[in-house]
Design a protein around this ligand. Sequence first.
Ligand code: SF4
Length: 281
Amino acid sequence: MSEPELRITWNMHWRCDYRCSYCFFAGHWEEYSRRFIERSTEEWLACWRRIRERHGRALLTITGGEPFIFPDFLNLISGLSDIHWPINISTNASVPWDGFIAAVDPKKVSVSVSFHPEYHEIGPFLGRLKGLRAAGFSGCNNFVAYPPQLKDLPRLAAAFQGIGESLKVIPFIGRFEGRTFPEGYTAEQRKLLGMSDDWVDNKRRKGRACLAGCRSALLLPDGSVTRCGQVGDPGIFGNICDPDFSLLPGPAPCDVELCPCDEWKVMPDEKAPDRAGAWLP
Ligand code: SF4
């Protein structure tokens, strides 16, 4: 089977059943969750079919909020994976996944889970994770390097290693105790996270030509489409539900300071150490 021709990240909705302190949306859930237009599964699938016909098959990254609480989620993913694949879904693991395992093809869909210490106990979490991986669903195991959680990192990494899994440690982006992160990590913390001293400088892409919007894009909960997460609303160039919607015709200069998630890489190498932090062990 050929490689996908483009990559689209879908922020399905900004609703979540957790309220983690370090979340990008913390303090804004009420406001952001209203930016959601409910459409039936058939309407969504029709939009995605148009993308396939017009631009080709997409690698989809599905995130939120929490995707597993999206209306009719199982039927949507099942139908969507007939149109676009591979699909990677990021979840907080709050919803039982027995029905998902039965309904979805692990050859087309992977599941990345996030371990949230404010909600999860490591033992039961790893037990559920083993079941998911045994059913054939690959994916990352994410952990946010929120400064108060760093002291537990060696213990958690060892626990994941104990079931043959790696932990992907993602730098915290935000403010904590008067400091801005990821710039605010100490040298020792940066070393623990696999961040080189020039990590921030390596994320500067302002003014450089970028394919975001042309061969990759970010779909927001109301159907609007922007170049990428860093550019956000100012980069919106259409709505996926508009029958005339199409991606941008070519690359355009980046106009934000940092590209911390390397979204400019149309087909990212998931294991690249510079993408989002370190892999432990
Ligand atoms: S932030 Fe990254 S993905 Fe977005 S336009 Fe700039 S270089 Fe491209």
